[in-house]
Design a protein around this ligand. Sequence first.
Ligand code: 13P
Ligand code: SF4
Length: 310
Amino acid sequence: MWMKTPSLVEKIQKLKREKRAVILAHNYQRPEVQDIADFVGDSLELSLCAAQTDAKVIVFCGVKFMAETAAILNPDKLVLLPDKNAWCPMAAMLPAEVVRFYRDRYPKARMVLYINSLAEAKAYCDAVCTSANSAEIINRMDSDTVLFGPDSNLAKYAQNFTEKRVIPIPSCGFCPVHKLFNTEAISRLKRAQPDAEVMAHPECEPEVWRIADFVGSTSKMCREALVSDAEKFIVATEVGLLYRMKKERKDASFIPAYDDAICSAMKLHTLEKVYLSLKHERYPVKLSPKIMALARKPVEFMLKTKETTA
Ligand code: 13P
Ligand code: SF4
């Protein structure tokens, strides 16, 4: 009897059921990976999802710090990263030794770390935040000075929403992808499409988010596109987000502010690797019990904070 060969998608779905696994994908993932995922979102939503899931296995299609956060919240679950080389270069800009150096230098200051940081660095901070809740978290700190890293642009952005003094650590941490946007190119696009709404991620340089009509996390940009009257959007973030935006607002057009704004780490996960990850349970996120326990407190502090501004 002729039997149809199962497709990769069918094989992934079968393994997912057998292993009681959930697939979480960041908004920058490849379209086919977004389509197979149980949930697609920004860093905050993915952390909340990881905290609430009753799945036994979490396949995390994102960068390493995201999978580590899921593991920190789920010490008894198996968290898998389909490609072990998917790590965020910005997170590596703030090693734990530098965190401890700043702790000693500013003993009275509190420290908030962007979720795009190493687990070993998170272990020594007071609270974690994402691009969706940086100001809320900073405002909850019981000190006038807050050390914030590794993204210096997000530190500058959050400074607009707080009376506290925000000190970026290190002074020039940045995302290489969001560094690619510039005001000249965006203004040129805007001149060609005067009725387009400009959206930017707070990881962009300040001069970029200053000329944007809307600034927010990746999912906040998606929500803005759904409620906005605009029919055209110029989007200053990693191009992967445009797939979700187009899917959710089919009547609108989305123009990348820079065509080559591609995060190569995010693109490492493919359907094939998701399948192999489930099949061979690779690559498990491994952190020391001490780091997991220390980093859990600042991550949980964030999850208890209601998000209001970007
Ligand atoms: P979001 O939390 O806004 O999705 O951002 C994550 C990220 O890595 C942006 O570069
Ligand atoms: Fe890191 Fe930038 Fe890639 Fe986000 S887009 S994961 S901050 S390198």
